[in-house]
Write a protein that binds this ligand. Structure first.
Ligand code: DSN
Length: 423
C-alpha cells in the first residue's frame, strides 16, 4: 500500500456529499464545454495530487533551512526543489515560490522597492494592464502614485514613445510592463533602456505569458527585468498561485517583502504543486504544447476575423486575442452571455478606447491554453471560431441548444481530464 495519504474521493462523498457534488459537477462543466478564458488552464493530475496532500497541514514561516517552526525538514525539500527548478527553467538568479497569488507577488514588489506615495508607471487597465498596476480600487492605486501609459490608437500596441515621455516627466521609482489583455510581444529591451535612463526598477508582470516563456515559445523578460512576477496557473499550467524570479541583488529584499512583510505562512501544498508544474514545464512535451498554444491562438483569431470580429492589433503573437465586436453590432456582455448559453466560456473585455463601460465592453478576450491542453489543433480552432460566430449572433437564444450540441460533439473528441469518471 502506498504511504501517500492523498485525495480520497469516496471519503469526501461519505463526509460531505454536497461538496463532493460540486467537485464532480465542475469536472462535468469543464468536460461539457469549451474553456476559452485566456487566464485558465487544466492543470495535470500530478499537480492536483500535490495540491490535495498533507503538506497543507504544515506551518513553515520562513524559507528552507531558516524556518520559525520545527518539523519543516520534509517540506523544505519541496520548496528547495521548486526554487532550483525555477532558476534553471527561467535562467534566473533567484526565485520565490511563496506568493499566494499574482496580486500578492506584485504587492511584495511594491513593498520591497517603494514607500507609500511613491510613483509607479504601468499600463492602464482599460488598455490591457492589471488591477494591481495602480488602479484606484486596488492597494496599488490607493497607496501609490500611479501614472499610466497605454496603446497607440493607430497600432493598438504599446506606445513606447509615450512610456518614455511619461517616464522622463514623472521619474517613477518602479516601471511595470505586462497585463491581462496584451495579445502582442512586449519589447522588454525598450523598457529596460527607459528604466536605465531614469534609474527605475523594472518589473515585468508575466502572469499571462510566463508559460510561453517557460516553453521557449516567446522571448523571456528575465534577462531584462529586475523582477518578474507571475501566476502559476495560466499557460504555465500549475496550481493557482503566484511566484517571482529576480536578479541576485534584489533577492533578500524581495524575500523579506513576501515574508514577513506581506504574507505569513506559505501554503506548502501549493509550493510543492508549483515545483511539480515547473518540472513538467521543463519537458519537450511542454515546449511543443506552448508552440501549439500560439499556433492555435493565431488560427482561432483568424477564424474569428473571418466571422466579422476585428482582432485588436490585427492579430496575436501569444495565447490570447482581443476581438472588437462593434462591426457586428454586438457588445462584449451580450457575446459572453450568448456564448455561455451555448457552453462556450469566454469573457467580455474592454478594448482600447472603448466607448462602452467595462461592465458592457465592446470586445471579448479568448485564449487557447485549455483547449490546447485537451489536444485540439488548428482545425478545431476553425470549428470553434464558427461556433462562436453563430453564438454571438444568436440574438433570441433559439440557436443556443444546437450550438451547445455541436460543442459537445467537438469536446468529446478531445475531452478535458480524459481519465475522470465524472459525467
Ligand atoms: N484575472 C486575470 C485574468 O483573467 O487575466 C488577471 O488577474
Amino acid at each position: 500500500m502506498s504511504q501517500f495519504y492523498g485525495p480520497d474521493f469516496d471519503e469526501l462523498q461519505a463526509v460531505d456529499p454536497e461538496i463532493a457534488a460540486v467537485l464532480t459537477d465542475e469536472v462535468a462543466r469543464l468536460r461539457g464545454g469549451l474553456q476559452l478564458i485566456a487566464s485558465e488552464n487544466l492543470t495535470s493530475p500530478a499537480v492536483l495530487a500535490a495540491l490535495g496532500s498533507t503538506l497543507s497541514n504544515k506551518y513553515a514561516e520562513g524559507y528552507p533551512g531558516k524556518r520559525y517552526y520545527g518539523g519543516c525538514e520534509v517540506v523544505d525539500r519541496a520548496e528547495t526543489l521548486g526554487i532550483e527548478r525555477a532558476k534553471a527553467l527561467f535562467g534566473a538568479d533567484h526565485a520565490n515560490l511563496q506568493p499566494h497569488s499574482g496580486a500578492s507577488a506584485n504587492l511584495a514588489v511594491y513593498g520591497a522597492f517603494l514607500a507609500p506615495g511613491e510613483k509607479v508607471l504601468a499600463m492602464s487597465l482599460p488598455h490591457g494592464g492589471h488591477l494591481t498596476h495602480g488602479t484606484k480600487v486596488s492597494f496599488s492605486g490607493k497607496w501609490f502614485d500611479a501614472v499610466h501609459y497605454g496603446v497607440a490608437k493607430a497600432t493598438e500596441d504599446i506606445d513606447y514613445d509615450q512610456v518614455r515621455d511619461l517616464a522622463r516627466e514623472h521619474r517613477p521609482k518602479l516601471v511595470i510592463a505586462g497585463g491581462s489583455a496584451i495579445p502582442r510581444l512586449i519589447d522588454f529591451a525598450a523598457f529596460r533602456e527607459i528604466c536605465d535612463e531614469i534609474g527605475a526598477i523594472f518589473m515585468v508582470d508575466a502572469a499571462h505569458f510566463i508559460g510561453l516563456v517557460a516553453g521557449g515559445a516567446i522571448p523571456s523578460p528575465v534577462p531584462y527585468a529586475d523582477v518578474v512576477t507571475f501566476t502559476t496557473h495560466k499557460v504555465l499550467r500549475g496550481p493557482r498561485g503566484g511566484m517571482l524570479v529576480c536578479k541576485a541583488e534584489h533577492a533578500a529584499k524581495l524575500d523579506k517583502a513576501v515574508f514577513p512583510m506581506m504574507q505569513g505562512g506559505p501554503l506548502m501544498h501549493a509550493v510543492a504543486a508549483k515545483a511539480v508544474a515547473l518540472k513538467e514545464a521543463a519537458t519537450p512535451e511542454f515546449q511543443a504544447y506552448t508552440r501549439q498554444v500560439i499556433t492555435n491562438s493565431i488560427a482561432l483569431t483568424d477564424g474569428l476575423a473571418a466571422e466579422g470580429m476585428r482582432p485588436i492589433t490585427g492579430g496575436t503573437d501569444t495565447h490570447l486575442a482581443l476581438l472588437d465586436l462593434q462591426g457586428i453590432g454586438v457588445t462584449g456582455a451580450e457575446a459572453e452571455a450568448r456564448c455561455a448559453a451555448a457552453s462556450i466560456v469566454l469573457n467580455k473585455n474592454a478594448i482600447p478606447y472603448d466607448p462602452q463601460p467595462p461592465s458592457v465592453a465592446s470586445g471579448i478576450r479568448v485564449g487557447t491554453p485549455s483547449v490546447t491542453t485537451q489536444g485540439m489543433d488548428e482545425a478545431a480552432m476553425k470549428e470553434i471560431a464558427g461556433l462562436i460566430g453563430r453564438a454571438v449572433r444568436d440574438t433570441d437564444g433559439t440557436a443556443a441548444a444546437g450550438i451547445a450540441a455541436d460543442v459537445s460533439t467537438l469536446v468529446a473528441r478531445a475531452p478535458a481530464y480524459p481519465r475522470s469518471t465524472a459525467h
